[in-house]
Write a protein that binds this ligand. Structure first.
Ligand SMILES: Nc1ncnc2c1ncn2[C@@H]1O[C@H](COP(=O)(O)OP(=O)(O)OP(=O)(O)O)[C@@H](O)[C@H]1O
Length: 275
């Protein structure tokens, strides 16, 4: 399969450095290449969906962005730049890239208030502890974020007592509290019912409209909000295709990606895969 040329024609493109630039990124885990010579560039303000079957390497790619996984040296030259820089302090990096995943939600089993969950984003922690110095500015910012996400009414509730949809929104608040350049959503809509899914999409659309990049990792086409114009397909740890959404999301491409006959339907700016 010929890799399609990368779509660099996106709204918000500027001459400033790419948000993420990877060349020849190979990651080995358990003696196996789980990412294999991945090269891609995502611009500041660009909205992208990364789609692939289970085990294709989507989460590993995110862990590579956040320096949890490290690429091996490449003969053709390894590049792993974020905002034009190759070296980052991990804490600074985590503030630059706000991440929300289903895994994160499961770590909040303690009795933590919604306000403290959002504030914990300042400390990359799971809750607020005695050694964390919460300033009035931090608290003001956390309350602003809750307001932006339309969940101020949940401020004093315990996260363990919220519905999945409410809790997911709170975790977005934790990721946004630093004002990151990009919001990375890893399988964000898992376990949401139809109403929660609708309100989740609307809030992600609002964030996309506020100028932050949305990088959405999913195996569900329905998660792709209309603001996302570029789709990257990933298979067996490699970029399978990368280009404009309407050119990539075809019956033939999705059928080949998932090794299954798939019909792609489009309605009201959203896509759906029928099997
Ligand atoms: N730390 C690790 N050690 C060994 N193997 C790993 C590790 N991390 C990931 N893998 C393997 O790499 C492959 C890609 O995993 P990854 O979690 O990135 O896939 P994914 O596309 O996110 O899948 P899913 O949609 O199921 O979440 C899988 O085969 C997985 O078992």
């Amino acid at each position: 399969m010929v890799k399609m040329t990368q779509n660099m024609d996106f709204p918000g493109k500027t001459d400033s450095p790419s948000l993420l630039e990877l060349k020849n990124v190979t990651v080995v885990r358990g003696g196996r290449k789980i990412l294999d010579s991945v090269s891609l560039s995502i611009g500041q303000g660009e909205h992208v969906a990364i789609i692939g079957p289970n085990g294709s390497g989507k989460s590993s790619l995110i862990k590579t962005f956040t320096k949890e996984y490290h690429p091996i040296a490449a003969v053709d030259g390894l590049v792993m730049n974020i905002m034009g820089k190759g070296t980052w302090n991990v804490f600074e990096l985590r503030k630059l890239l706000g991440i929300v995943s289903g895994d994160l939600q499961q770590t909040y089993y303690r009795q933590v208030s919604v306000l403290d969950v959002v504030l914990s984003g300042f400390f990359s922690s799971i809750g607020i502890y005695y050694n964390h110095k919460v300033t009035p500015e931090m608290e003001t910012r956390a309350r602003e974020v809750l307001e932006f996400l339309e969940i101020s009414h949940l401020t004093d509730r315990l996260i363990s007592e919220l519905s999945s949809g409410e809790a997911r929104r709170v975790l977005i608040g934790r990721a946004l509290v630093h004002d990151p350049e990009a919001l990375i959503l890893d399988e964000p809509a898992n376990s949401l019912d139809l109403k929660a899914l609708h309100s989740f999409r609307e809030i992600v659309r609002k964030i996309a409209g506020s100028g932050k990049s949305i990088i959405l990792v999913t195996h569900t086409l329905e998660d792709i909000i209309p603001e996302i114009n570029r789709v990257i397909l990933i298979r067996n740890g490699k970029i399978f295709m990368d280009g404009k959404k309407q050119e990539i999301l075809t019956d033939a491409n999705l059928s080949e990606l998932f090794s299954l006959p798939i019909e792609v339907v489009k309605k009201n700016g959203y896509y759906q895969a029928l099997i």
